[in-house]
Design a protein around this ligand. Structure first.
Ligand code: SF4
Length: 280
């Protein structure tokens, strides 16, 4: 059984928090450049150019690409043959987040309680999802998830009779309603199936798949492409200033569900679509 020490997790998580906020992933950066070639609106092109410049400055000067440095969300694949020594996994993640946001001069956005709104002062707690997998590797997928895009996300328990057409209509209505408030161009994460809470998780999980990588099921991949075309026909455009680039990508995850249900969740991610993955 592989042993992984608590303090090593703290250090890795700290680094992920800082890197994700300073360095836009290559997949998102490439999508910006591609969008610049296809964007039809001059204003849209100007905004995309500014977003590219912004990402370049953040990387060169190692400063956050946005003032909203996000909620630290993790999906951790825990190999069932690895053992964590020296403390609990959740504590190590939170300690890493506190260090990363503190030492990295990143804004602390988390509050103890929505009813009293008092800031926790170190951007914890992180949101942590655990996925038990085969092997002895611990893999951390992390995103610094912006509040504006999260606020415009939604979930609906559709009826089976609504069918795929009803699901598409609902997804488009959420993107349309979000307009500029989710800071487009977006990555649109969609969960279809599961139950109430699982569906929201699927939508979030889909955002961790790199841009440009289609779902392995050809039918789901086709749905992603179709939704992307329809979303980009809405005309919202970069930063909501109009244009043909409302979404950089659309991701769909599908799972089994109850015969009476058709849960659909739409988790929007903004242009600061920050994600990191490390394994240890
Ligand atoms: S939603 Fe994204 S781009 Fe908008 S303010 Fe928050 S992190 Fe920044």
């Amino acid at each position: 059984m592989k042993k992984i020490h608590y303090q090593d997790i703290v250090e890795e998580v700290k680094t992920m928090c800082m890197k994700s906020n300073y360095n836009l992933g290559d997949d998102v950066y490439t999508a910006f450049k591609q969008a610049l070639k296809t964007e039809k609106s001059e204003t849209g092109k100007e905004v995309l150019t500014q977003l590219i410049d912004n990402a370049d400055i953040a990387k060169a000067e190692q400063v956050p690409m946005c003032q909203d440095t996000g909620t630290a969300v993790f999906i951790v694949e825990v190999g069932q043959d690895c053992h964590i020594e020296g403390g609990k996994l959740g504590d190590a993640i939170n300690e890493g987040v506190a260090k990363g946001y503190g030492e990295g001069y990143l804004r602390n956005s988390m509050i103890y309680n929505p009813l009293n709104r008092q800031n926790t002062g170190n951007n914890t707690p992180a949101i942590v999802h655990i996925d038990l997998v085969e092997g002895d590797t611990l893999t951390f997928h992390m995103t610094a998830k912006g509040g504006g895009a999260e606020n415009m996300s939604d979930l609906k328990m559709l009826k089976p009779s609504d069918g795929i057409e009803g699901a598409k209509e609902y997804i488009l209505s959420i993107v349309k309603e979000a307009g500029p408030n989710a800071c487009p161009p977006l990555v649109v994460g969609i969960g279809i199936g599961g139950n109430f809470e699982r569906c929201a998780y699927l939508a979030k999980k889909s955002l961790f798949r790199p841009l440009g990588v289609r779902h392995e099921d050809p039918a789901v991949a086709d749905l992603e492409m179709e939704l992307m075309e329809e979303i980009n026909r809405l005309g919202i455009g970069p930063q909501g200033m109009g244009g043909s680039t409302t979404a950089l990508d659309v991701k769909v995850e599908v799972e089994s569900c109850h015969i009476a249900a058709l849960p659909v969740a739409v988790n929007l991610n903004c242009h600061a679509s920050r994600h990191q993955t490390i394994s240890m």
